[in-house]
Design a protein around this ligand. Structure first.
Ligand code: TYD
Length: 220
């Protein structure tokens, strides 16, 4: 078993004092399978003896609840207002959960994080490169982002099949723009994995990627 790679040396953001843990974010279009894959990777890492925190954004905190309530109503706030809500939610999330976990040496898996803001709020007309630069300056930069790639039409079909009331984020043209920004982001901490395979195949591809990129012990 090889030594784990050292934690990401940069990008502690304004919240983390010392960072002995690891931060892995899962990103992609609605319906790409992130939520299931976070659960699967969390189970694998826990079985290998890692102390895992699995979490998500929008969170269940005050801002996250406000975002969800708005989505359920099928409404969208103005882009700048919507951006502010997602950022407030993330500030609370990082300060209360992610930073303490990273300081305690835990492996944090988050279902959506900064790149969702870059892609989704970028798709609403806010300059995505600025959003990315601001995110990297303020928040802990992930050691790895697993970006599950999927055609927008396939994602939409999957979301419809599970019957969620998600109209506000489901517009096809909007999702095409989101996908385009996800494709354009060039950051060395992003690993792109096709999300179109079977759940088991995607799980194996992610485990291999985590092993290769982070060298977290305990993987085959
Ligand atoms: P999602 O992960 O699909 O939440 P749920 O747990 O309700 O399934 O996220 C809800 C929507 O929020 C999704 O369409 C993407 C959007 N979103 C943004 O627009 N910006 C952000 O910063 C985040 C975190 C999510």
């Amino acid at each position: 078993m090889r030594e784990p790679a050292p934690p990401c040396p940069r990008g502690h953001g304004t919240y983390v004092k010392s960072r002995s843990g690891r931060l892995l974010a899962f990103e992609g279009l609605d319906g790409c399978g992130k939520t299931t894959q976070v659960e699967r990777l969390a189970a694998r890492l826990s079985a290998a003896g890692h102390d895992v925190l699995a979490t998500r954004e929008p969170t269940d905190g005050e801002w996250g609840r406000r975002i969800r309530a708005r989505t359920l109503e099928g409404e969208r706030a103005e882009p700048a207002e919507e951006l502010r809500w997602f950022l407030e939610d993330r500030r609370e999330h990082v300060a209360r959960e992610i930073a303490p976990a990273l300081e305690a040496g835990r492996v944090v898996l988050t279902d959506r994080y900064t790149l969702s803001t870059v892609a989704y709020q970028g798709a609403r007309g806010i300059d995505w490169r600025t959003l990315l630069a601001e995110a990297e300056a303020e928040f802990p930069v992930p050691d790895l982002v697993v970006l599950l790639e999927l055609e927008p039409a396939t994602g939409m079909q999957r979301v419809r099949a599970r019957g969620g009331p998600r109209e506000a984020f489901e517009d096809r043209e909007n999702l095409e723009r989101v996908a385009e920004i996800f494709r354009a982001i060039a950051a060395d901490y992003v690993a792109r994995i096709p999300g179109s395979g079977s759940t088991d195949a995607v799980e194996v591809a992610i485990a291999a990627c985590v092993d290769q990129r982070l060298g977290l012990p305990g993987f085959p």
